[in-house]
Design a protein around this ligand. Structure first.
Ligand code: FRU
Length: 522
């Protein structure tokens, strides 16, 4: 039964005796609890917030509604890590319920100043008629982890020309000043991102809109983020209300980026290229980045989407965060690689290498529910009369440039099926002819989001290589697939039976050499 508004907008201290514990017990019993991923012990998680490297550790918070799996009264929940792989709970970061965040401590970001971590977030309020009014609020965390809110909001009014959909401040430093970008909806119901400037994080002045070449791109931009990578300006945004365009924008709301010249923070001009999706999978939204200790740009996203039902909704918990990714630029696109620290979660390595002409093949002891799997698939040249498609065990003939000229070279479908069981399988296919990668979750277990289709595809960079490399992080109820060293990523929740642990590699319509490694979670 859906919760009533009154049930959803309760604080933890208004819960019935034992209510949270009962929810946590249900969650703990759930067969889809994750291993690699940050997940709530009870209730609903959504956006990552306040991601920062501070005082020798990574701090990360997430939007959390403790008392159910719907979007209700949002807290910030705090987790800490020294390696981006293993996280420890640090408890509630921000509790809503004040005058300026009476209906939720909504998304925001963190920045260090004078040895303390400043958290800037949107206080969501509603009046008796349920009219929304957002405030941009501030809280300060000391070195000992104590967090105190400032008494007054730092931005109390929505500037003229915008609606009350005005939230998710992402702050950064520019010289002696601080800037922040806020997600907004114009009064004409189009989405935008606006800029504010401050000398001290307390006093903020409206500095106009970020002037992009997308004046009419959806009805609201959530969770904007701006940073620079090697002199390139990068604007992340989640524009709601963008129409599907073939294989693009198939999710209920997209999350993507614009690359351009560095943002002109004096007048808001941002000259940029086309909007590109960050992730090609089914479940990815509201990412946030931060700079690591060595200046590396790190990103974490919500492995879920608003306004959809998920199979754990009745089981005491919903959603998790993605694994942290490290960003770089290559060939005019944003590259995402799993954070280096995730190697710490590798159990004993098991390698495999084989080549065959057609059909499926599995390898001994390469199966499971939570593991990392890396595989390079090199399609073989099709030599007429050759039984094995020209590939030898463990060696790739497609590496030799002459093979590309051979008749039939570069065709066929190759890939990996994982979480396979009697009926179930999740299928990742590389079509060498069209250089298309497809993730198919139509048989992955309990269905979800089927109104938005059961497959996702993208075409790899045409100037790229003939082979393909997949690096998968398979977890109890998800997968993240990094293609060709981060050229594309597919993120998806999957809800298979716990007995579906198989992995099979396949070649269809051509031969290929498969070579890779498997590491159980450990
Ligand atoms: C995005 C979002 C943000 C908002 C938060 C509330 O998922 O809607 O815009 O601040 O979630 O939980």
């Amino acid at each position: 039964m859906p919760m009533t508004r009154a049930q959803k907008y309760r604080l933890l201290r208004q819960a019935e005796a034992g209510e949270l514990e009962r929810l946590a017990e249900r969650a703990a019993d759930c067969a889809w609890r994750q291993t690699y991923h940050i997940q709530p012990h009870a209730g609903l998680l959504n956006d990552p917030n306040g991601f920062a490297y501070y005082n020798g550790q990574y701090h990360l918070f997430y939007q959390w509604f403790p008392l159910g799996t719907e979007h209700g009264m949002k807290y910030w929940y705090h987790v800490v890590s020294s390696d981006l792989a293993r996280w420890t709970d640090a408890g509630i970061g921000l509790e809503p319920g004040g005058l300026y965040d009476s209906h939720g401590a909504y998304s925001g970001s963190a920045i260090e100043k004078d040895g303390r971590l400043y958290l800037m977030y949107t206080g969501n309020t509603r009046d008796a008629d349920w009219v929304r009014r957002p405030y941009q609020c501030l809280a300060v965390m000391d070195e000992d982890g104590t967090i105190a809110k400032t008494e007054l909001p730092v931005i109390a009014d929505v500037p003229a020309g915008y609606t009350d959909h005005f939230r998710d401040p992402k702050v950064w430093r520019e010289g002696d000043a601080y800037l922040c970008v806020i997600g907004a909806q114009r009064s004409d119901l189009t989405g935008a991102a606006v800029l504010y400037r401050s000398p001290d994080l307390l006093d903020w002045n409206f500095a106009g809109e970020i002037r992009t070449s997308l004046p009419n791109f959806g009805y609201m931009w959530e969770c904007p983020d701006y940073f620079e990578l090697d002199g390139t300006g990068v604007l992340l945004l989640c524009p709601q209300g963008v129409e599907r365009d073939g294989e693009r924008f198939r999710n209920i709301y997209p999350s993507g980026y614009l690359l351009g010249e560095p943002l002109n923070t004096a007048d808001g001009t941002f000259r940029h290229g086309a909007f590109a999706e960050l992730d090609r999978g089914f479940d990815f939204y509201a990412p946030q980045t931060t700079a690591g200790p060595d200046g590396q740009r790190l990103l974490v996203g919500w492995m879920g989407l608003p306004d959809l039902d998920y199979p754990t909704d009745g089981l005491g918990w919903a959603h998790c965060l993605t694994l942290p990714r490290e960003l770089s630029l290559r060939g005019g696109r944003l590259i995402q690689r799993p954070a280096a620290g995730l190697r710490l979660l590798r159990g004993e390595e098991r390698s495999f290498s084989a080549a065959w002409a057609d059909g499926r093949r599995s390898f001994d002891r390469i199966e499971g529910r939570s593991y990392e799997l890396q595989v390079r698939i090199a399609p073989a040249a099709q030599r007429p009369g050759s039984a094995d498609g020209g590939a030898e065990d463990g060696e790739s003939s497609a590496n030799r440039s002459t093979d590309r000229e051979l008749p039939g070279s570069g065709s066929g479908r190759f890939g990996v099926e994982f979480r396979t069981g009697v009926e179930e399988r999740t299928i990742l296919t590389y079509d060498a002819g069209s250089r298309t990668v497809t993730l198919d979750r139509s048989r992955s277990g309990v269905p979800l989001g089927i109104d938005y289709g059961t497959t996702r595809s993208c075409t790899l960079d045409a100037a790229g290589r003939q082979d393909v490399e997949f690096r998968l992080f398979v977890d109890t109820s998800s997968v993240e697939i990094f293609v060709n060293d981060g050229e594309e990523v597919f993120t998806a929740r999957l809800f298979p039976d716990s007995a579906s642990t198989g992995i099979a590699f396949f070649a269809d319509g051509g031969g290929a050499a498969f070579e890779g490694s498997y590491w159980p979670y450990g």
